[in-house]
Write a protein that binds this ligand. Structure first.
Ligand code: S3P
Length: 173
């Protein structure tokens, strides 16, 4: 079984996936980290040197190869992974995959992201929280179309990671 966590940047996919994998004794994979290893470049370097389209094609290839593995794993996707091409359709048809959306309000996201802009290529040019909030409003609205096709949704605002993990375990098992 592969449990895929999706949601916007800053929704907590990686940290929740890591703790969830421990709780379930599944392996943990962060898709961005797997792409970085595959390409021998950081995500920022990949965007800078090869561009976003190249990144998106590698993102899909690396995810496909992870999904081919037979182990139980929790995979933290990137914020845009399910929003390109027909990936969400494929995931929904894959019996071995559970998709779970970590739903955070725009205030929660901008609060968390303002201190992390330098590590995130899509928002690295922003320094002001109000500008950041306005900047993510449109992509979040557009991506919600894909995020809301996940099989499960969990609201993550103001919840500690362990509570989110407990809620996911109760929801899935
Ligand atoms: C992206 C989110 C990032 C990373 C890349 C693109 C996006 O992942 O994949 O910078 O399009 O939202 P995180 O959501 O893990 O930060």
């Amino acid at each position: 079984m592969k449990i895929l966590l999706l949601g916007y940047m800053g929704s907590g996919k990686s940290v929740v996936a890591k703790q969830l994998s421990k709780a379930l004794q599944y392996s943990f994979v962060d898709l961005d980290t797997a792409i970085s290893k595959d390409q021998n470049l950081t995500i920022a370097q990949l965007f800078e040197t090869k561009g976003e389209i190249y990144f998106r094609s590698k993102e899909r290839l690396v995810l496909n190869s992870l999904l081919e593995g037979s182990d139980n794993s929790v995979i933290a996707l990137g914020g845009g992974t399910v929003c390109y091409g027909d990936l969400m359709q494929h995931l929904k048809q894959n019996q071995g995959v559970i998709t779970l959306y970590l739903d955070a309000t725009i205030d929660t996201l901008s609060e968390r992201l303002i201190s992390q802009v330098h590590t995130r290529p899509l928002i690295s040019h922003i320094t002001d929280k109000k500008v950041l909030t306005d900047f993510i409003r449109k992509p979040l609205f557009e991506r919600n179309f894909y995020y809301h096709q996940a099989q499960h949704k969990i609201s993550v605002d103001q919840k500690p990671v362990q509570q989110i993990v407990r809620e996911i375990v109760a929801l899935l098992f």
